[in-house]
Design a protein around this ligand. Structure first.
Ligand code: IVH
Length: 673
């Protein structure tokens, strides 16, 4: 390790500061000022400097990743207990809360409150000592939580350091970790596609992500933070919630997306209405509004009753819930054969939408909630999420309700049903199951797969039922004349479909692999494969061990891929697709080549005038994994020599550093790539 020169130290410090600022622009303000590429470039440069000089600042963005998996979470005692909130279920109850506050304060003067959305996530305490994040802990039972620091550091909106203000000696900042509704839905879709159980709501998904012992999994789930409270603090004091929130904002903490300071119950209710109206436009799930007495002195005099403060309450939005009856439960078969129980309900209006079906997720869920056909149940619709059964109203049972067991045979094709090893999913093992085949075709043509426009679910069903498409291979055998005989197609729509099919024939390996619908292979896994295998043929009869050489590919997925490519019928399908004109390019593989980084580990210093602008050459070096440094030292590997060199030339000679020309550099990249 080299001793660190002052200028490098300064460079590292500046890079950390700059990168943290860009992280804040991107993840907190949602308005980046540099490109992702530029960020990555600076990040890589910082990482190299840190490694070379073994100088890593505690708030360096490189500290957000890379902690080895834990065995368990350590317990953490909160300095100040983390309280919960009393609830108000109507506007009248909000008025009663305000009355109670005034009564307790023995004042009839209107009280000032803050009102903000109640985030449906999980509460977190972030401890900063001298401005540096030293601990993040879950609420737990309020007195003692769990140390999830490494996981929390992966969340980009969490500041690793308090910036822009004089940091206090110590401060506990509290907030909610949550997952956006969109992210939650994407995650669930992926899990369902890959045969795993779905999360019931964004809160469970966020909690699941935080409770990972392996922080690299947390890093993949895009979590957010909204800060709204203060715990113990040394060396700083605030007068009010409002003042504290302003301080948080200034010091780059994310705060609730809407927060108002108002006086009196009427105004509080106005804000509650505003939040309720805007609720559906929030990217996150809000299940209410939190009302807090603004003044901290007043909060103190109001105090706590057992576990809830007297100075705050949570107004809960009327839940998007309804009560109805389960008329029937059916076992629905998905693309990969997963069998999901779906309840058909007596139609009921919930939050302006008629609900007549609800997923029951899986049989464990049915067992846990003891759901039976004929039961009266509470159904909930959260955000845009698929409605689900919350609970059974057992008092309404008549004794005629029937248990619904997992089918022994596939309800569609009659093939055997198997339970996933260790999983909760049941699966039809029939390869030619109609339900699976139709959905496989649907998946193959979908937007993120082969993207054949004009082949929606209804059309696939029609073409299938007419025997025109029995497998996605048949798509390329369709003739316009065949289409014109069908009720749904006229000259123009038939031509459009033929054109769309033709266009889809040029595709990438990543898309193509994803389209095949291999069990557990989602878009991301397909991309990883494409990066590592140049040609589809390279995957034929591939061994699982070879797949597992790819970082992030586990045993389960490798087994599934190997099984697929070992099946002669599948190989035949792939060859047929190619003979019917499907052309597969693989731009991802060449990218991987670049990523092979021929200059990995090498440091270059440039001097003199070169055939290309200096920043371009620096970029070339960096892109190929090398490091372009400004000053020459013993650890410099090469001096890149141009015309009219400066003093670096002499220094390089005296240090015995190898000297190369621009052409030699170009050759080096070419030869090693
Ligand atoms: S204040 C004593 N503000 O709600 C003050 N909590 O039911 C307690 N929550 O554990 C917290 N959004 O997880 C507060 N804007 C917000 C909130 C909020 C969500 C959660 C938090 C807390 C629970 C209490």
């Amino acid at each position: 390790m080299e001793k660190i020169p002052a200028n490098i130290k300064h460079e590292i410090e500046k890079l950390v500061k700059d990168l943290n600022y860009h992280c804040y622009r991107y993840y907190v303000l949602d308005s980046p000022v540099i490109s992702d590429e530029e960020y990555d470039k600076q990040y890589r440069h910082l990482k190299e400097l840190e490694e070379k000089y073994n100088y890593v600042l505690p708030d360096s963005p490189t500290q957000r990743v890379g902690a080895p998996p834990l065995d368990r979470f350590e317990k953490v005692k909160h300095t100040e207990p983390m309280l919960s909130l009393d609830n108000a279920f109507s506007h009248d109850e909000v008025r009663e809360f305000d009355e109670r506050v005034k009564r307790f304060l023995k004042s009839d003067k209107d009280v000032e409150y803050t009102v903000e959305p109640k985030y449906d996530g999980l509460a977190m305490e972030l401890t900063y000592r001298n401005g540096i994040l030293i601990k993040a802990s879950t609420r737990g039972d309020g007195v003692e939580g769990e140390d999830v620091t490494v996981n929390i550091k992966t969340i980009k909106a969490v500041p690793l350091k308090i910036e822009e203000v004089d940091a206090p000696e110590e401060i506990d900042i509290r907030g909610e970790i949550y997952m956006d509704i969109k992210e939650f839905e994407t995650l669930n879709r992926e899990r369902e596609k890959e045969g795993g159980p779905a999360f019931a709501n964004p809160r469970n998904a966020a909690a699941g992500a935080i409770r990972q012992l392996d922080s690299s999994i947390t890093a993949k789930r895009k979590l957010h933070l909204a800060c709204y409270g203060i715990g113990a603090a040394k060396g700083i004091a605030f007068k009010s919630q409002w003042e504290f929130i302003q301080w948080l904002k200034k010091s780059r903490f994310p705060v609730p997306s809407l927060i108002r300071r108002v006086t009196g119950a009427d105004k509080v209710i106005e804000v509650i209405r505003e939040i309720e109206e805007k609720r559906s436009t929030f990217p996150f799930e809000a299940d209410g509004a939190v009302i807090k007495v603004n003044d901290f002195e007043l909060q103190k005099s109001l105090g706590i009753k057992t576990r809830e403060p007297r100075w705050a309450t949570a107004y809960k939005f009327p839940a998007h819930q309804g009560i109805t009856k389960i008329n029937e439960i059916i076992a629905s078969v998905g693309r990969t054969g997963t069998i999901t129980p779906v309840a058909f309900l007596e139609p009921v209006r919930i939050g302006g939408v008629t609900v007549s079906r609800s997923t029951l997720h899986n049989w464990d869920e049915i067992g846990r909630k003891d759901i039976r056909v004929g039961d009266t149940v509470v159904v909930e619709r959260a955000g845009d999420v698929i409605p689900h059964v919350v609970s059974v109203i057992t008092e309404k049972r008549t004794g005629r309700e029937k248990h619904f067991s997992p089918p022994k045979k596939c309800p569609v094709c009659g093939s055997a049903v198997e339970r996933d090893e260790g999983g909760v999913a049941f699966r039809c093992i029939g390869l030619n199951c109609t339900a699976q085949v139709q959905q496989r075709i649907g998946h193959y043509v979908s937007r993120t797969a082969m993207d054949i426009e004009g082949l929606g679910e209804k059309n696939v069903e029609l073409l299938y039922s007419r025997g025109l498409i029995k497998h996605f291979v048949d798509i390329y055998r369709l003739k316009k004349e065949d289409l014109l005989e069908l009720p749904r197609y006229a000259e123009k729509s038939a031509q459009n479909l033929m054109d769309a099919i033709e266009k889809s024939k040029h595709t990438t390996l990543a898309r193509f692999l994803y389209s095949l619908g291999i069990l557990h292979v989602g878009e991301y896994a397909a991309k990883l494969l494409a990066r590592n295998f140049e040609d589809i043929g390279d995957l034929y009869h591939v061994k699982p061990e070879r797949i597992m050489e790819i970082k992030q590919m586990g045993e389960k997925i490798a087994g599934s891929i190997a099984l697929f490519f070992d099946d002669p019928e599948n190989i035949h399908t792939l060859r047929t697709l190619q003979s019917l004109g499907v052309k597969i390019s693989n731009p991802d593989f060449s990218k991987e080549k670049e990523a092979k980084r021929p200059l990995e580990g090498l440091t270059f210093v440039i001097t003199g005038t070169l055939p290309r602008p200096r920043n371009e050459i620096e970029e070339l070096i960096e892109q190929n994994g090398g490091h372009a440094s400004g000053s020459i030292s013993k650890s410099t590997d090469y001096l890149l020599l141009g015309e009219d060199p400066g003093s670096k030339f002499k220094k390089a000679q005296s240090l015995g550093v190898k000297i190369i020309s621009f052409d030699e550099l170009a050759k080096m990249i070419e030869e090693r790539a």
